[in-house]
Design a protein around this ligand. Structure first.
Ligand code: ZN
Length: 251
């Protein structure tokens, strides 16, 4: 375990989470992510530096704008905290290594994609495709003897979701098919575990909604991206263990 490195990564990771909030708010609206400074969406007052500290400021201000009192979305501290925990988790697991940096990049991309998908029901190509290229090349560079695995996992996962999309067009979109490329390139053979957990958790939540709201729940559009992201994160940290246990039990 690499507790010291993980602890050291936590604060910068919170700052990355803060940046992901800016990306999630602005990229779908085609606004610049570097300019202007963050401002209240309601009264447009620019945030002071002390009101822009990840997590701390949100709770110090009671989740409200200092100028107009508008409630800020709970998404902000949630994205920051989730990013920080997952990035620190990568360094805890893999130490100060190339693998940890690729993992940190991968989980950060999954967080921002989930935030965007929940709010806008899209998985922007502008994020998914470059991230796929970066993760694939980085994994090939770090583990050249697994090159075929990264490529086949990416293509296989994507093809699988594409066929699922043809069979059940209402459940997902082409964004999910492209996201599967990224998941395969990042997870290799463990992508099977990630996709399985993602689909089971989506079906599970669907069943829960049906029990609560009856058949009207069928009309609720639930974005599939966050479930795939959730499954991928479980698979990223525990996929090999799960695969070994499975093959040990059934093969
Ligand atoms: Zn305001």
């Amino acid at each position: 375990m690499h507790v010291a490195i993980a602890a050291f990564a936590f604060a910068p990771a919170l700052a990355i989470g803060s940046f992901l909030n800016v990306v999630a708010a602005r990229l779908p609206e085609h606004r610049s992510i570097v300019h202007p400074r963050s401002a209240c969406q309601s009264c447009h007052t620019e945030l002071r530096w002390q009101d822009n500290i990840p997590i701390v400021s949100y709770f110090a201000l009671g989740g409200r704008c200092r100028s107009c009192g508008e409630q800020f979305s709970l998404r902000y501290p949630l994205v920051e905290l989730t990013t920080a925990l997952l990035v620190a988790g990568c360094f805890l697991r893999f130490g100060l290594s190339g693998e940890a940096f690729v993992g940190a990049f991968f989980v950060a991309v999954l967080v921002v994609l989930s935030a965007i998908d929940i709010e806008h029901r899209i998985l922007p190509d502008k994020i998914v495709l470059p991230a796929f290229g970066i993760v694939l090349l980085a994994n090939i560079a770090i583990f050249p003897d697994r090159t075929l695995e990264w490529i086949l996992a990416a293509l296989g996962a994507s093809l699988f979701l594409f066929l699922a999309l043809l069979a059940y067009p209402r459940g997902m979109g082409m964004g999910d098919v492209k996201l599967a490329l990224l998941l395969g390139a990042a997870l290799g053979k463990a992508v099977t575990v990630g996709m399985m957990i993602g689909m089971l958790s989506a079906v599970g939540l669907g069943a829960l909604l049906m029990m609560q709201h009856g058949l009207s729940a069928r009309k609720m559009a639930i974005p599939f991206g966050p479930f795939l992201a959730f499954g991928a994160i479980v698979a990223y940290f525990a996929g090999d263990t799960i695969l070994d246990a499975y093959t040990g039990t059934f093969m």
